[in-house]
Design a protein around this ligand. Structure first.
Ligand code: ADP
Ligand code: MG
Length: 304
């Protein structure tokens, strides 16, 4: 189990993180969300032992994670960290990068293991390609495979799919997160993409103003967003009294209702349209199956 115990941290006098406390059981997936600059990467770096802690402690099982003051080499065998920068060796091939830390005394095992992970990150066609010829997204995939090659017990991922184009993203997410579950590897994922969270994370942690403002399953947080900031992570939403926060898809356009609005604009959204409308001189958003004309009067219901 990872245990982050009451950690407070700042690079200078300003606190970036304050009284951070949470646990991640073995094999579980914890997602951390928060606005840019809220301290997600800092938290991952602290878990990895990149900085010395003045307040609080971090444990993996019985071992305390210690910073550079106590560790000549940062990092532990049981924990791997894929940073936002992913430093790879540019003039060697994808498979050499991935297998770099595997023993060359067992070439067959090394090849088998490298091939297995190349498959997990869907880079089969690039095994022999030098890393310098890869796109940002492909490099990101090499970095993930390399982090997994020696079977860590816990993996830290910083916006792991941010460079990967949409054509590949969803299948890659499924492949990587399935691999982690199948191999009982715990992971902590910092992200601003709800698709990294929904369907994969066991727990979700929201950081705001240097504190944890919410910690629960993604389902519960999604179904009951406590603040507009949290709702905005999941999609278009409205604040309509006395109902509170309601997502655009919870508003339903009907023939008759006491809730009336006027259409401003319709945005094509793929499987639906997002209707921007005026309701009591405020802008609201409604998900609808069709485009609606500007200035049209509509009636809507709220289905919670
Ligand atoms: P996030 O990953 O959520 O975008 P970061 O952890 O990168 O946030 O940054 C949190 C805050 O700490 C920001 O205000 C950032 O400017 C500051 N910060 C990050 N790294 C450093 C550093 N090495 N030195 C000083 N300040 C830093
Ligand atoms: Mg970051």
């Amino acid at each position: 189990m990872l245990h982050v115990k009451n950690v407070t941290f700042g690079y200078s006098k300003t606190k970036v993180l304050e009284a951070i406390e949470f646990k991640v059981e073995e094999g579980k997936n914890l997602a951390i969300i928060g606005e840019s600059g809220s301290g997600k990467s800092t938290l991952l770096k602290l878990i990895y032992g990149e900085y010395d802690l003045k307040e609080g402690h971090i444990f993996w099982k019985d071992e305390e994670i210690l910073g550079p003051k106590y560790n000549l080499v940062v990092g532990y065998e049981f924990m791997k960290y894929v940073t936002q920068e992913f430093d790879l060796m540019p003039v060697t091939t994808v498979e050499e990068n991935i297998g770099k830390h595997l023993s060359r005394f067992y070439p067959e095992e090394k090849q088998r293991r490298t091939d297995e992970l190349i498959k997990v990150v869907e880079l089969e066609a690039f095994a022999k390609t030098k890393v310098k010829f890869l796109s940002g997204g492909q490099k990101q995939r090499v970095a993930i495979a390399r982090a997994l090659v020696k079977q860590p017990e816990i993996l830290l991922l910083d916006e792991p799919f941010s460079h990967i184009d949409n054509f590949k993203k969803q299948s890659l997410r499924r492949s990587v997160f399935k691999y982690l579950k199948d191999n009982n590897i715990a992971c902590v994922v910092a992200t601003h993409d709800k698709k990294d969270v929904l369907g994969f994370a066991d727990q979700l942690l929201v950081i705001h103003d240097s504190k944890i403002i919410e910690k629960d399953t993604p389902e519960r947080i999604y179904n009951n967003p406590k603040t507009p900031l949290i709702a905005s992570f999941f999609g278009e939403f409205n604040v309509i009294e006395p109902y509170g926060i309601v997502y655009a898809h919870q508003l339903q356009i009907v023939a008759q209702s006491h809730l009336k609005a006027t259409v401003n604009k319709s945005y094509f959204n793929g499987n639906s349209w997002l209707i921007e409308a005026n309701y009591r001189s405020e802008t609201i958003f409604i998900e609808h199956h069709d485009e609606l004309k500007e200035d049209q009067e509509i009636h809507f219901l709220i289905s919670l």
